[in-house]
Design a protein around this ligand. Structure first.
Ligand code: UN1
Length: 492
């Protein structure tokens, strides 16, 4: 089926007449649809529609906008299973994780719906008598949203819902690997009764759609999740037009296991964080740092458990690890594994593209563990975004923290220890936006701030109460009811 862009409440063809296909990465003979390969002209139409819609939408009382988001949450809940099935077919994550992805958007819709009745501002005393000072939030206007394929329903929810409750309108460019999920998401918004032009969907590539959207002078704010390289480029476009940009980018997230840890608990967390979603989460654990005394013992058990993971189509409930998203990802992972071997790391398991039986129909890579990895190796430093875990030995707690921080990224992190002193020191000393204690690196909840430091972000946090900060600006009001000219700063 040929799908269309959604602009000004209408499903419309692209100006280019060109299309691209979405294929199932577990079985490329399964096609999810054909989608418009749009360009700057389509972006222009969408931004104009969003600008027009902003005039009305921003005037609707926020609690009413919140009610509509609640209704969207209800509809997502009703369609959770169909959405999850489509997601598994379109980007490969196993079905139970796809359900979790949809659930994250449902959670966000409910959470942010109630924000319509808060959107708290501040009231403070004035330095002068008979004068009130208040400050409240205003929407910014048209928001450009650029989302990745790895959380194709959750991440659009994190960005679009808070933007809407605050009174903004949206032009959305979803990843080219998951256009069908984006279509289904917008269909739910349309069916819930979102007024025309409030959310506009433009399919297409980064150069043809993403860049024109980020550069557009009428796009007042941009929210992007993806690679650090692309994020840096988008940030520059924002700087040129003085628009705030919200960036969520790469990670090289460590799990530290200390000698006193519950090793079986740690192994469960490591497997889930390193190989869940086939390692394709920004929060995935890609570095494991083990204290000397338990290094061999933990690795032995971990490799044994890793070898038992079942690779296959995510629709099969017995499968643990699905495919990677596309051929380019598969080849990139294979190149990194080759590089790891060349750099002198010890390959303990996996390391190959999996082609047995039905696996040959898609893009599968064996869960892979490298031991004896050192910080100068590229597999220790660079984001691979696949099922590859780099393991490093630490001399002691201090060394483990130093190794964890020896990275240009800073999204998620974790430590396994029963020592309350060390756990608290780790909370302070690990350089990351998120630290888990005795749990893996994944599984952030929507009502807490999400984001990272260093090359992972540029200071913003999405999700949680902080999401509202990304899509509003402050207006300050002074109300003088003294009936005479009062001058601040003590001027007579
Ligand atoms: C991402 O990988 O970009 O914490 C988001 C987690 C999920 C979100 C991940 N709730 O792993």
């Amino acid at each position: 089926m040929l799908y269309k862009n959604f602009i000004d409440g209408q499903w419309v063809d692209t100006a280019t007449g060109k299309t691209f296909k979405s294929l199932n990465p577990a079985d490329t003979s399964d096609e999810l649809g054909e989608f418009p390969a749009s360009n700057a002209q389509d972006v222009e139409r969408a931004v104009q529609a969003a600008e027009r819609a902003f005039r009305e939408w921003s005037k609707i009382p926020a609690p009413k906008r919140g009610e509509l988001l609640f209704e969207i949450g209800e509809r997502l809940k009703r369609h959770k299973e169909d959405l999850a099935q489509i997601m598994t077919r379109e980007m490969g994550k196993v079905l139970k994780e796809a359900r979790g992805d949809v659930q994250e958007a449902i959670d966000m819709a409910y959470y942010i719906a109630a924000e319509g009745r808060r959107l708290f501002g501040y009231t403070t005393p004035s330095e002068l008598p008979l004068k009130h000072c208040i400050s409240f939030r205003r929407p910014v206007g048209v928001v450009g949203v650029i989302t990745p394929w790895n959380f194709p329903i959750a991440i659009p929810g994190w960005k679009i819902f808070p933007a809407l409750v605050a009174g903004n309108t949206v032009v959305w460019k979803p990843a080219t690997d998951t256009p069908r999920c984006a279509y289904e998401f917008v269909k739910i918004l349309e069916d819930a009764g979102l007024p025309k032009g409030v959310v506009n969907l433009v399919f297409g590539g980064g150069n043809d759609v993403g860049i024109p959207l980020a550069k557009h002078p009428k796009v007042a704010r941009i929210s992007f999740t993806g690679s650090t390289e692309t994020g840096r480029e988008i940030y520059k476009y924002g700087a040129e037009k003085l628009a705030k940009v919200h960036l969520e980018m790469g990670g090289k997230n460590p799990i530290i296991v200390l000698e006193d840890a519950d090793l079986d608990l740690a192994i469960d967390g490591i497997l889930w964080s390193a190989f869940g979603t086939t390692g394709q989460r920004c929060t995935a654990c890609s570095r494991l740092i083990i204290e000397d005394g338990v290094y061999d013992k933990l690795l032995e058990k971990l490799v044994e458990r890793t070898k038992k993971l079942r690779l296959g189509n995510g629709l099969d409930p017995t499968v643990d690890v699905g495919p990677v998203v596309n051929r380019a990802a598969l080849e990139k992972i294979a190149r990194y594994v080759e590089l790891g071997v060349k750099e002198g790391a010890k390959l303990l398991c996996g390391g190959q593209i999996a082609k047995d039986g039905d696996l040959a129909k898609g893009f599968f890579f064996q869960p892979t563990i490298f031991a004896d990895v050192t910080p100068t190796m590229r597999i220790f430093q660079e984001e691979i975004f696949g099922p590859v875990l780099a393991v490093t030995k630490a001399k002691d707690f201090e060394d483990a923290i130093a190794l964890a921080n020896n990275t240009s990224y800073g999204l998620s992190s974790s430590i396994y220890t029963r020592d309350v002193f060390k756990a608290h020191r780790a909370m302070d000393e690990i350089e990351a936006g998120i630290t888990y204690i005795n749990s893996g690196t994944i599984g952030a909840e929507v009502h807490l701030p999400f984001g990272g430091i260093k090359n992972t972000g540029n200071g913003g946090r999405e999700s949680g109460w902080t999401a509202i900060d990304e899509y509003t600006e402050w207006k300050t009001i002074y109300i003088d009811f003294s009936g005479r000219l009062q001058k601040a700063q003590g001027i007579d």
